[in-house]
Design a protein around this ligand. Structure first.
Ligand SMILES: *Cc1c(COP(=O)(O)O)cnc(C)c1O
Ligand SMILES: [Zn+2]
Length: 449
């Protein structure tokens, strides 16, 4: 049967389309790349439903299931919330400032208990994996992504191998005790995020494991893009401006892709929301590239990058391989939206963070302070009209409030690797021994819809 005929008969919910050559693929949840021989390019999910129908009876963020690449839901509570700011808006003299709050804030029904928008991507990525899939997902993370996946996997009984630098152990906490289906691997000593990524990659190539794919995974991007969908549904329109702090750039790409889908829907206006994206100085490779109107990131010297990263308060923004140059990536999103990038110092970010907490009444994370500081810069520089409709993405908040409201549990490491042990033979040997004690694969309580 021809592929086209096959597709017509099965009518999949979505297809995967190459942003460079336009090749279309069936919705294989493990496909991360186009097969054509060209430069690296992101695939994008193209959904059959062009009109977004919000399904309020579905749990949490799955109400936006039409535009998530999943066939089933998980029983999660959280979703982004959108509200109109009064105090910060008045302080800045803005007449339409909306906040997308991603975190824990019980007064406003914000129920992302791991306190960042990484908890939007985790359920979407996890629900996309077929039930009872025999291989285990591997995630390498320095913090928020790891906490989000560990918590959702633990709560839902899904297997996970999480790899983090040992220095970041305190970032992996949860309301509930972690279940044994979540296995934590650490890089000991002075191992950093890059070491964790290298180790995670080696583990994910072993037979019983698979990688998540990062920015290349459409489930991750479309989960993060829900901030924009929730805002558009709440406001009845696409905002004029979007502010976010970026590290891998994935969130910025996702916001743009959500914008494209809303344009196709037609009921939310015809805005191309201007992306205002920020990094924490002195580690600002994307700011430098964009200000030079360059598709290429500046050359990164290992030692210099490490020294800069050490000085940055918002560590989640220090990805050394962001999805910037790749086709369909952040450079193109900035180009298409006439976007702008901001470098924010620790001082500016801290001031903005405190200001937000005082005015809006909830603690926010350093990265959200960076985004808020970018908004302050933009207002001061006159980059927007004070009457414009502005969406500020608070990508993480409420962690302090969580600590006040719940005793938090931490996850104990199962295996530790020293940085010099991150070699394929050593990793393989370790995990072969580990076969005798594999991660539990049962208790998968996915609900088919
Ligand atoms: C990951 C993260 C970011 C950066 O998002 P990217 O998609 O990596 O650019 C910003 N803020 C918080 C709180 C994050 O966890
Ligand atoms: Zn292609």
């Amino acid at each position: 049967m021809s592929q086209t005929l096959h597709r017509l008969l099965r009518r999949p919910k979505y297809t995967l389309c190459c942003t460079l050559c336009g090749a279309e693929y069936d919705p294989d949840p493990f496909r991360l790349h186009c097969d054509a021989e060209h430069e690296p390019a992101l695939l994008r999910a193209v959904y059959r439903s062009k009109k977004l129908e919000v399904k309020e009876q579905l749990p949490g963020l799955f109400r936006y299931m039409d535009w998530l690449p999943v066939e089933q839901t998980l029983n999660v509570a959280g979703k982004p919330i959108t509200y109109e700011s009064h105090n910060l808006a008045r302080y800045l003299g803005l007449s339409q400032l909306y906040i997308s709050f991603n975190g824990y804030w019980p007064d406003r029904q914000a129920e992302l208990y791991t306190c960042s928008f990484k908890e939007l991507e985790a359920p979407s990525v996890l629900a996309r994996i077929p039930s009872h899939h025999p291989r285990t997902l591997v995630i390498a993370s320095a913090g928020n992504t790891g906490r989000a996946f560990a918590t959702v996997c633990s709560d839902q009984g899904l297997p996970l191998c999480l790899v983090i630098p040992g220095q970041n152990l305190s970032a992996i906490w949860s309301r509930y005790r972690f279940q044994p289906n979540v296995r934590l691997v650490v890089v000991s000593g002075n191992g950093d995020y890059s070491d964790a990524i290298a180790l995670g990659k080696m583990i994910s190539q072993l037979d019983q494991y698979f990688p998540e794919g990062g920015a290349a995974n459409v489930a991750r991007r479309d989960g993060m893009g829900l901030t924009v969908l929730d805002a558009a549904v709440s406001l009845g329109r696409i905002p004029d401006h979007y502010f976010q702090a970026v590290g891998s750039g994935t969130g910025g790409i996702s916001a743009w892709e959500a914008n494209l889908r809303l344009l196709e829907d037609g009921r939310f206006g015809s805005n191309r929301m201007k992306l205002h994206l920020a990094q924490n100085a002195p580690f600002t490779p994307m700011v430098e590239a964009w200000n030079a109107k360059s598709r290429d990131l500046p050359p990164m010297h290992q030692n210099r990058a490490k020294a800069q990263i050490n000085r940055v308060a918002a560590k989640v923004l220090t990805n050394r391989q962001p999805a910037y140059s790749i086709a369909g990536g952040l450079y193109e999103a900035l180009l298409e939206t006439d976007g702008q990038m901001y470098g924010v110092t620790n001082r500016e970010a801290e001031r903005a963070r405190v200001l937000f907490e005082e005015l809006e009444g909830i603690d926010i994370c350093p990265a959200s302070g960076v985004a808020t500081a970018a908004l302050l810069q933009a207002v001061k520089a006159g980059n927007l009209d004070r009457r414009d409709c502005i969406l500020l993405n608070i990508t993480g908040g409420g962690a302090k409030r969580m600590q006040q409201d719940y005793p938090l549990q931490t996850l104990q490491p199962a295996i530790a690797f020293a940085p010099h042990e991150i070699q394929p033979e050593i990793v393989l040997e370790h995990f072969e021994q580990d076969q005798r004690n594999p991660i539990l694969l049962s208790a998968n309580d996915l609900e088919a819809v």
